[in-house]
Write a protein that binds this ligand. Sequence first.
Ligand SMILES: CC(C)(COP(=O)(O)OP(=O)(O)OC[C@H]1O[C@@H](n2cnc3c(N)ncnc32)[C@H](O)[C@@H]1OP(=O)(O)O)[C@@H](O)C(=O)NCCC(=O)NCCS
Length: 172
Amino acid sequence: MTDMRIVALSDTPEIRHALGEILVETVANGGSVSFMHPLSPDAAEAFWERSLAAAARGERIVLGAFAGEHLAGTVTLLLDCPPNQPHRAEVAKLMTRLGDRRRGVARALMRAAENAATERAKTLLVLDTAADGGAAGFYEGLGFTLAGMIPDYALKPHGGLTATMIYWKRLR
Ligand SMILES: CC(C)(COP(=O)(O)OP(=O)(O)OC[C@H]1O[C@@H](n2cnc3c(N)ncnc32)[C@H](O)[C@@H]1OP(=O)(O)O)[C@@H](O)C(=O)NCCC(=O)NCCS
């Protein structure tokens, strides 16, 4: 996608609404991002309100990819690790709007998340993704290593269990 801007998001009604739309759409289309379908817009926005409050406290960074005023995708970098893991961060809630997929939005978001992690002296990233319908191939393309798989870890948005795949990547 040409003319894409990646920015750290803070809580405004417009941002919360746009993030809520991405989350509802992703879940409706089978994306494993912790929620079940149907996800109400209110529940989705309430999630982002809590997430952006955590971002305001410095516990996470919520990044957004914009094409003009349109929010095309998002990823969250969780920074709030235990005291014995100050060098680690976790990647969560990577989502691209259906109409913007396969145009490099998620790749650009992950590059920005890795840069943000490096700026905060993080040297290790971890994440998990559903085995069924997740993004394992995408993360492997970015240099993440599969640590292992846990069977029957979570329900898919439309029901039925899926395994989860745990990945890690060292940052230099
Ligand atoms: C996974 C997701 C974020 C990818 O978003 P995207 O913006 O379409 O990804 P990009 O266009 O940046 O893709 C970058 C590369 O990864 C590949 N890729 C994208 N999604 C992939 C997937 N699910 N599996 C394997 N490879 C994938 C693309 O083909 C592209 O490769 P290329 O440059 O060689 O063509 C998007 O499909 C999504 O929102 N899925 C639902 C939510 C989800 O599963 N999130 C991950 C939860 S951990």
